[in-house]
Design a protein around this ligand. Structure first.
Ligand code: SF4
Ligand code: SF4
Length: 340
């Protein structure tokens, strides 16, 4: 890994050069929160954000994506990737993207996702402010931060830029980068270590302990109690960087002949998610609210561990903030299960 440095005064010039090549998707302010959006001007860039409302996967997997169009005779694929830079992604979200990459390529390569993903260069950035529910310092430690091309760490007077891939190397020519000194590199390591240690919330047990306890709690009454106030709204799924389910629908044109096949993000907490048609009727295989609530935690903390080498939760804390009923916080739920 090559370690470079760019000063504060040269950072904007670098970002503007990136914007000159193609879209740059980066954290920008939205009222009191932040979102990943195409940068219109470098002044909108907010590298000191805490977290964004939706995870950065929106850059390659939009909430609604057209898959195929049909004109009555011929179906055409909608895959049409644009080279872009996804800039300022926090380490926990980089892990979330690496998990999505795995989910969408494991048994079948999802080209509607992968074509956009391959066209994206990812520049990560260090956490400068913690989201109030973040616990990434105590979860998912077994899973490496991989898949990004460059990583910027805020240090005195500028940023240490770690170059991870050829795509990252290719960006160096667009900015006034020099070699990082040993002192700057050491400071960057300390900054990233402190970010892990200073999360406001934390899990008390290892991923393996949590996984085993989760599995053994499957039949516990605690799930009924924990989900009592759940509205089944699905917000905790929608904001999650590691949720990957989607629903596919055909939307017919007014001519009754043309159509577009689209997919939208889906949520296993909603009642309709587990409805299937059976012999002309309808069956719901997770009809009870508590079953759906439990399923989400089983997926995150137990079922996907073997596939990912760790939990499918990166500790961003978005679900805790998104839940109107204030019951979705994994730290509260998991610590409660561990006490049983
Ligand atoms: S379960 Fe919650 S904390 Fe974990 S990755 Fe998903 S949104 Fe973030
Ligand atoms: S746990 Fe909260 S966010 Fe999730 S479905 Fe229930 S009410 Fe909605």
């Amino acid at each position: 890994m090559k370690r470079c440095y760019i000063s504060d005064e040269h950072l904007n010039g670098f970002v503007e050069a990136l914007m000159g090549r193609g879209p740059v998707i980066a954290p920008v302010a939205k009222q009191s929160r932040f979102v990943f959006e195409k940068l219109e001007t470098v002044d909108d860039l907010m590298l000191d954000y805490d977290t964004t409302i939706l995870p950065p996967k929106v850059a390659f997997f939009p909430t609604k994506q057209e898959l195929v169009t049909f004109d009555g005779k011929e179906a055409k694929s909608c895959i049409n990737p644009t080279d872009q830079v996804l800039f300022g992604v926090h380490p926990y979200d980089i892990k979330g993207i690496a998990m999505s990459d795995k989910f969408y390529t494991d048994s079948h390569v999802d080209e509607n996702y992968m074509a956009n993903r391959r066209a994206t260069t990812i520049v990560g950035s260090s956490v400068q402010k913690h989201y109030k529910h973040a616990f990434f310092g105590s979860v998912c430690m077994e899973v490496e931060v991989i898949g990004h091309d460059m990583f910027l760490t805020r240090v005195a007077g500028g940023y240490v830029a770690d170059v991870l891939t050829d795509k990252g190397e290719a960006l160096l020519g667009l900015g006034q980068f020099g070699d990082a000194t040993d002192a700057q590199a050491g400071e960057a390591d300390q900054v990233n270590q402190a970010a892990m240690e200073n999360c406001p919330e934390k899990l008390e047990n290892t991923s393996a302990q949590i996984r085993d306890k989760m599995r053994s709690s499957f039949r516990s009454d605690v799930w009924e109690e924990l989900s009592e106030d759940c509205f089944s709204c699905g917000s905790c799924n929608t904001v999650c960087p590691t949720c990957y389910c989607f629903d596919v629908q055909d939307e017919w044109g007014l001519d009754g002949v043309s159509a577009t096949r689209c997919r939208t993000w889906d949520s296993c907490l909603t009642a309709e998610f587990s409805e299937v048609s059976v012999q002309g009727g309808c069956e719901n295989f997770r009809e009870q609210r508590a079953e759906r609530f439990r399923h989400r935690f089983m997926r995150k903390a137990a079922y996907l561990n073997e596939q990912l080498g760790g939990p499918a939760c990166v500790g961003c804390g978005r679900c805790s903030g998104a839940c109107t009923a204030d019951i979705a916080n994994p730290v509260v739920v998991i610590n409660k299960i561990m006490e049983q």
